[in-house]
Design a protein around this ligand. Structure first.
Ligand code: FAD
Ligand code: NAP
Ligand code: SF4
Length: 688
């Protein structure tokens, strides 16, 4: 008997049967946009079909050029598109999978001057003001959606998902926030719904009953003047009457200032919203957002909150998600930690998407782990993300690997990251590597600080130094005062921290430490166990803190927030004159900054640190000296590479045949993150 009977059971809707309830949700990867990437894109999907996913939905494809996200993003308008997309559909069908194309018109989120919307209202996150579409243009656009669906069918797609959420064009029509029209497509809810309903009806007519139509419904908009719940439920019922096979969940608009997918959002946070829609329709409904393990998916399905679950990022993180669930290999699951660092942040930087915990994602044809013909004896020093990635990939390829770490556990700095409130998911990555070490029989030697002498003459062919970083100690007068602590003292729980604190350095770690210090709930010092489905912060508290109410009849689902008082007073400081938090991740940094504001953290830029003494931290700002009377000063001033072992080794081994490599923070501390560390480890291991 499977542990996940609901997740793994087949489902039929209309003329369509899917093998299981796991849908790979739509996600822009950057591979959509160029013809020469079609094979890579097909390989990326085919790999997920091999891993057992029931249905795939592509990243958004535009039905005409006005619909572009940005100039020359991917459209479905002509025969060349049809032919090139066949490469993708063939790759999926050869493996026995099913795939739908998402049709998306960006509307006022289009990043070009020809953008259009329901009304001429600029989005707060786009410099381009859209033009209001004429009634003729609306009807033309409906035809373009229908034409794109027909072409998708010709290209071999099993269906389409019509993107009606996240604040894109269709959503701009359905929501009173952006639809101020006075024609038949504006005004009453009946009129605002007309645009998507005509698209659905006409696509159904043009493509027949065997073609899957999914409507991505905006179920909770989380913006002012957003659609009220009654209107949303009405649209759900009307879309069913218009002919959809499945309704998918859309939560929040891109311009919403309430987080919906970052790691601090509790798992399955929005499943109850999906349930409200499920209660009023008979077609299957798909839940989405922060569903990242089979047990979370099973919980939603078994409670009848949804009929299927959509997982986009979790399928990037582990293509074998379904297979591992089916085969009882949950401990081997590489769980998406919802960091956004290599997926959504890349999209916004116009870079190809990949995954922090799985560097092969979207690089299936380029980063390949081929079994080695000649097994080597490899020592990896340092069991942080870089060393773990290198050791496990090398061992997977058939090498004989020994992994050393000076500490009593694997994970390196990730052990501290995981203790930050809202980042508990990071434990999952450590757990995953623990399983991989066992699976590929890596010899693990903990509590061993390795020296060059230990390695030379020990019979290794290759040594990989992944010794990471050490915190930088800034040259501030009084930096050795007893009230000064390092972030390591704080996050390891080794230090008593007073009621007022100055944090020096407002990088990623400065923010994390501040969050830890104002924390809202118990710190988690150990990994969550397999089967635990909730993250530590209770959903109700999270909703109260962000001002979200699933039951309210208020527009957009937003109510006044109520924030718990911070645990202590925190000043978060930097020397630069830029906005504090400016360099954090594009799609997650604003959440950290918003939380700091909610917790009254004073974010201070342009600081000159003069000295630290019994009175506190002395600073100069705008030419004026002041003293922050704080109990502790916590140093988060960046890091420096720990490369003493590498230097000693290259020196001693220069005349030997020992092949020595340096990776991760040990190689370069500047702008080091786990994304670089893990990729570098895997890339090196794939060549050894
Ligand atoms: P490390 O993680 O530093 O590991 C090095 C290992 O080498 C250690 O375990 C050490 O014990 C061992 N070692 C050193 N010398 C020896 C020796 N001579 N013999 C044996 N063992 C030795 N990154 C992100 O991408 N996203 C985040 O959200 C994020 N959040 C973070 C939050 C915090 C609080 C911290 C501290 C870091 C965070 N990071 C984050 C950074 C990320 O953890 C690092 O980039 C990553 O750990 C670097 O990996 P590494 O393997 O190079 O080094
Ligand atoms: P960081 O991002 O480089 O920040 C270091 C901070 O210290 C800066 O604010 C810098 O600002 C300050 N600083 C540097 N030198 C200083 C000096 N000599 N004296 C005083 N202040 C100094 O490094 P980090 O915060 O240590 O993070 C390390 C890495 O972990 C980062 O590269 C990051 O990618 C990763 N990380 C990521 C996340 C995430 O959420 N994605 C979270 C945590 C960590 P000023 O120079 O202006 O003072
Ligand atoms: Fe998940 Fe982070 Fe990977 Fe994106 S980069 S898929 S959020 S683990």
């Amino acid at each position: 008997m499977s542990q996940y009977p609901h997740l793994l059971s087949p489902i039929t809707s209309g003329n369509v049967t899917l093998n299981n309830r796991a849908v790979m949700g739509s996600m822009h990867t950057g591979l959509e946009d160029r013809l020469w990437h079609r094979k890579k894109w097909g390989a990326y999907f085919a790999r997920r079909v091999e891993g057992g996913v029931g249905l795939i939905i592509t990243g958004g494809i535009n039905p005409n050029r006005r619909a572009w996200f940005y100039p020359f993003s991917s459209t479905m308008t002509n025969v060349i598109d049809v032919l090139s997309h066949r490469i993708v559909t063939r790759a999926v069908h050869e493996k026995g999978g099913k795939i739908c194309m998402q049709l998306l018109h960006a509307g006022r989120y289009s990043y070009h001057p020809l953008s259009q919307s329901a009304s001429s209202i600029k989005s707060p996150i786009n410099p381009f003001k859209p033009r209001a579409m004429s009634t003729r243009q609306v009807k033309r656009t409906i035809k373009d959606f229908v034409n794109a669906a027909k072409l998708a069918q010709k290209a071999g797609y099993d269906g389409v998902e019509i993107m009606g959420s996240e604040g894109y064009l269709i959503n701009q029509f359905t929501s009173p926030r952006t639809n101020k029209r006075t024609d038949e497509y504006g005004g009453s809810n009946e009129n605002r719904m007309r645009f998507p309903l005509e698209i659905i009806e006409q696509v159904r007519k043009a493509c027949g009953d065997d073609f899957i139509i999914i409507y991505r419904l905006s179920m909770l908009e989380l913006v002012g003047e957003g659609s009220p719940q009654d209107d949303i439920l009405e649209l759900a019922k009307a879309s069913e009457r218009a002919g959809v096979d499945l309704i998918n969940t859309g939560i929040g608009w891109h311009e919403s200032r309430i987080p919906t997918i970052v790691t601090s959002v509790p798992r399955a946070a929005f499943a109850d919203v999906t349930k409200k829609v499920k209660d009023v329709v008979t077609v299957p409904v798909i839940a989405s957002n922060r569903i990242n393990t089979p047990e979370v998916a099973e919980d939603i399905l078994s409670q009848g909150k949804a009929d299927l679950v959509s997982m986009a990022r979790p399928m990037l993180a582990d293509p074998d998600f379904v297979l591992k669930a089916k085969e009882g290999r949950r401990d081997e699951l590489n769980v998406c930690i919802a960091c956004n660092q290599a997926c959504l942040d890349h999209t916004f930087q116009m870079k190809r998407t990949t995954c922090l915990v799985n560097p092969q994602a979207c690089y299936e044809t380029e980063l390949v782990y081929v079994k080695t013909a000649k097994a080597k004896k490899i020592a990896v020093i340092g069991a942080g993300p870089a060393g773990l990635s290198c050791a496990t990939v090398a061992a997977e390829r058939g090498h004989d690997v020994t992994l050393f770490d000076a500490s009593d556990r694997i994970g390196g700095q990730f052990n501290m990251a995981a203790r930050v409130p809202g980042k508990e998911e990071f434990w999952e990555t450590i757990k995953y590597y623990d399983s991989m070490l066992k699976k590929y029989s890596v010899t693990l030697r903990l509590n061993e600080r390795v020296s060059a002498d230990d390695l030379i003459g020990a019979g290794f062919d290759v040594v990989v130094v992944a010794t990471g970083v050490t915190p930088r100690t800034p040259g501030i007068l009084g930096v050795d005062h007893p009230k000064v602590l390092s972030y390591i003292d704080v996050l390891r729980g080794h230090a008593e921290v007073g009621q007022s604190v100055a944090v020096i350095g407002a990088g990623g770690i400065g923010f994390d430490v501040s969050e830890f210090l104002v924390q809202r709930y118990e710190t988690r010092f150990e990994p969550m166990q397999i089967g635990e489905i909730t993250t530590p912060e209770p959903l109700d508290e999270w909703k109260t803190e962000w001002g979200v109410d699933f039951d309210t009849l208020e527009a957009g689902g937003m109510v006044a927030s109520d924030v718990k008082a911070p645990a202590r007073k925190v000043y978060l400081m930097q020397r630069k004159d830029s906005r504090v938090g400016k360099n954090l991740g594009k799609t997650s940094g604003w959440v950290h900054v918003a939380m700091m504001r909610k917790k009254d953290v004073q974010m201070v830029n342009c600081c000159q640190y003069d000295k630290i003494d019994d009175d506190g931290l002395h600073i100069t700002r705008d030419g004026k000296s002041q003293i922050l009377d704080v109990d502790n000063v916590i140093i988060c001033a960046g890091q420096v590479s720990e490369r003493s072992l590498f230097d000693a080794l290259t020196d001693s081994a220069k005349d030997s045949a020992l092949d020595v490599h340096l990776i991760g923070g040990a190689e370069l501390a500047a702008e080091l993150d786990a994304k670089r560390a893990i990729r570098q480890g895997a890339e090196l291991a794939s060549t050894l």
